[in-house]
Design a protein around this ligand. Structure first.
Ligand SMILES: N[C@@H](CCC(=O)NCCCC(=O)O)C(=O)O
Length: 266
């Protein structure tokens, strides 16, 4: 398992990594994937904490007071379609209503509070829905769309390996982080995909079939960015991932500096 680089001081920004509520055996667990946590610590140079999905019992405003940034991870579960007025899911679709009930309000609260937000895969989809967009549930069944799903029988290095190119939107944040690159290759492990991009979002990367694969949120005061692919996978070997997590980490560090400079109220 990859060893994350340890930040050198206690001033590292605190990044909340949202959990899934998973059934493991007889019990539920609030769980987040190691590769996301390792990428936050090693790529964003942050201090990662796993956020249980307990709202409204665990107050979202208090969560935002505790962190300098938020990472919305991927997950095998799908966003429930009633959140975007979509048709019922296919029978047997895995959902995580507790994750939905936390991530969707947390996204808008974080943007309003200026808390940096990075969404990956399911997190990308959650951000689009929270901002008012909608999703294809099985994008590979839509005429003209590519197969964006991984093959379960493939080894992980194949599943998370390069899958298709995306065009980087000129003049966008991603283009800036990538020194003006016009095309990159990304991995692809998803069935859902953007059907309508939220009006509050700006497309940052597009797949050959027209599917939006990354977007930013212009109204966000610091950082709100989402990618459909998995930059956390072997992030240290991927210059695009390193640039993305570095930009996220810098925004989180700026939030921490601003927070620490505020007078402490009793
Ligand atoms: N369920 C959604 C999102 C897919 C996703 O996030 N896959 C990655 C799960 C495993 C991991 O965390 O790497 C969809 O199917 O579109």
């Amino acid at each position: 398992m990859m060893q994350a680089q340890v930040p050198s001081s206690r001033s590292a920004p605190v990044v909340g990594v949202i959990a899934d509520l998973k059934q493991i055996g007889a019990h539920g667990f609030h769980a987040a994937g190691h590769k996301y946590i390792a990428a936050v610590v090693g790529g964003a140079h942050a201090f990662a904490v796993v956020l249980p999905v307990l709202a409204p019992q665990q107050d979202i405003a208090q969560t935002l007071d505790l962190v300098d940034g938020l990472l919305l991870t991927g997950s095998y579960s799908n966003v429930e379609p009633h959140h975007y007025a979509g048709p019922a899911s296919a029978p047997g679709t895995l959902h995580d209503p507790d994750r939905d009930a936390n991530s969707l309000p947390l996204i808008n609260a974080a943007i309003a509070a200026g808390v940096p937000l990075l969404g990956i895969c399911r997190g990308f989809q959650e951000m689009n829905v929270a901002l008012g967009g909608s999703l294809h549930q099985r994008v590979h069944e839509v005429a003209g769309m590519l197969l964006h799903k991984e093959r379960d029988e493939d080894p992980l290095d194949t599943q998370y390996g390069p899958a298709h190119p995306v065009s980087v939107v000129a003049g966008g944040q991603l283009a800036g982080w990538l020194d003006g690159a016009s095309q990159i290759t990304v991995n692809s492990l998803h069935s859902q995909g953007v059907q309508t991009l939220a009006l509050r979002a700006r497309a940052e990367a597009i797949a050959p079939d027209g599917l939006v694969e990354a977007f930013s949120v212009p109204e966000a005061s610091r950082f709100a960015f989402a990618v459909q692919w998995h930059p956390e996978w072997r992030y240290a070997d991927n210059p695009v991932s390193l640039a993305l997590f570095a930009a996220f980490g810098e925004a989180c560090a700026a939030r921490r500096a601003a927070r620490l400079s505020q007078p402490v109220t009793a």
